[in-house]
Design a protein around this ligand. Structure first.
Ligand SMILES: Nc1ncnc2c1ncn2[C@@H]1O[C@H](COP(=O)(O)OP(=O)(O)O)[C@@H](O)[C@H]1O
Ligand SMILES: [Mg+2]
Length: 401
């Protein structure tokens, strides 16, 4: 290529010159810029995804009992929450799918309770049952439009991507907004980069969760503002908000003490479903309009050590089976004594991060044997038995030929 030609190279797709783009890749007599490469790659990925996910039919078996039974296969405990969510979700989709002579108000769902106890898992499992697109958004990274951070509309583009850019499908999806308790009026410094109050984010979310026509660009590249903009109507999207709401029980306690003077006043508050009122959430720092848009509130219980044992062994894709897979693919059987399972549950319970602790404990316990698995196999061992001593004291497991 002559020196003269090199200076003239431009992107043959969009026509931009070398100095207008970050990168330009040139062949003998043609060029393509980084922006067009991204665009092409998105088109190819989208087509690949279309190929993979053929079954886009929403499951319209809207029977709360069936949903609850499905959830039982994946989520341990939380019976009251499963029932409340199943009913809430069924009513939401009845509102979408069936004509009604009375105008049905939209009811989003708020799930609250200790961390690592199944809030996200419940929402995700319901979406899988219904076969609708699902995304998790983190409320702490959101800002009002115009501030540093993701504006609330970014949630919708996330769901649109999860819908393979099928707008109709997107409009039937579920969005889980996690950590909404961190955008309460009172919470400070949930994010260092955030220069906006939690209250501002709550305000910004109102329209979206209630139902609005939201313009989202299909390509997130800021350099292509003119790229396909599509309009998504959020009025049929189900929003499930989740949060730990630590110390909400103190607010409930205070209220109950205040209203029942003398008699029963020493009772500690019991946060059963129905006991927490919208006023309690407002005292916590949620603005009335926000609370009003999540009229169904569902409480998650703290999981017990016994629940942890069940989580390790019972769900369809339980953690022990997952771990066993990594060994079986090398033709070594992995087994756990009952005491070992108990020890994992016990350790996780002490960590106070809910079921989330289980996986890291298992990983840590098994890591040395995953590392040396090929060697173990070579020595003729067919089975590794994990005892409680392996879990508690890092003792070696039983190697069985
Ligand atoms: N009730 C439960 N039944 C089964 N697994 C659970 C349960 N709660 C939590 N887990 C496990 O812990 C992980 C974290 O749970 P998650 O639902 O994200 O908690 P959070 O309540 O903080 O949203 C899940 O991916 C799952 O493996
Ligand atoms: Mg979560």
């Amino acid at each position: 290529m002559s020196e003269n030609l090199k200076l003239q190279v431009h992107c043959n797709f969009c026509g931009k010159n070398r100095n207008e783009v970050d990168k330009l890749i040139v062949a003998n007599d043609a060029g393509i810029c980084n922006e067009c490469i991204t665009l092409c790659s998105n088109i190819i990925n989208k087509e690949n995804n279309d190929h993979i996910r053929k079954d886009k039919k929403v499951n319209k078996a809207l029977d709360p009992i069936k949903i609850k039974q499905y959830l039982d296969d994946y989520v341990i405990g939380q019976d009251a929450a499963k029932i409340a969510i199943s009913v809430g979700v069924v009513n939401h989709y009845k509102r979408i799918f069936f004509e009604s002579s009375v105008e049905l108000e939209k009811s989003n769902i708020l799930i609250f309770g200790p961390t690592g106890s199944g809030k996200t898992l419940l929402a995700k499992s319901i979406a899988r049952y219904l076969n609708v697109p699902f995304v998790v958004a983190d409320a702490t990274t959101l800002t009002e439009a115009g501030y540093v951070g993701d504006d609330v509309e970014s949630i919708i583009s996330g769901l649109l991507a999860a819908s393979d850019y099928d707008v109709a499908r997107c409009e039937q999806g579920i969005i889980f907004i996690d950590e909404v308790d961190k955008i309460s009026r009172k919470s400070e410094g949930a994010s260092i980069t955030r220069d906006v109050s939690g209250e501002g984010v709550q305000q910004a979310l109102l329209k979206l969760v209630e139902g609005t026509k939201c313009k989202v660009s299909v390509n997130s590249s800021k350099k292509h503002p003119a790229l396909d903009q599509v309009e998504v109507d959020t009025s049929k999207i189900l929003f499930i908000a989740g949060g730990a709401f630590v110390d909400l029980n103190k607010i409930v306690e205070r209220r109950q003490r205040g209203t029942s003077i003398g008699f029963n006043s020493n009772n500690t508050a019991d946060l059963n479903n129905g006991q927490v009122t919208p006023e309690d959430f407002m005292k916590f720092g949620m603005i009335p309009e926000f609370t009003g848009r999540f009229p169904i509130s569902v409480q998650i219980d703290e999981l017990t050590k016994d629940d942890f044992v069940r989580i390790l062994t019972e769900p369809k894709n339980n953690l022990l089976s997952q771990m066993k897979f990594y060994f079986s693919s090398d033709e070594v059987e992995l087994s756990f004594t009952a005491e070992a399972v108990d020890a994992v549950a016990e350790l996780a319970f002490e960590q106070k991060v809910g079921a989330r602790g289980l996986k890291s404990i298992l990983e840590r316990t098994l890591m040395p044997y995953m590392y040396t698995l090929a060697e173990i196999k070579k020595q003729g061992f067919k089975k590794i038995e994990i005892t409680d001593k392996v879990v508690k004291y890092n003792d070696p497991p039983n190697f069985i030929e």
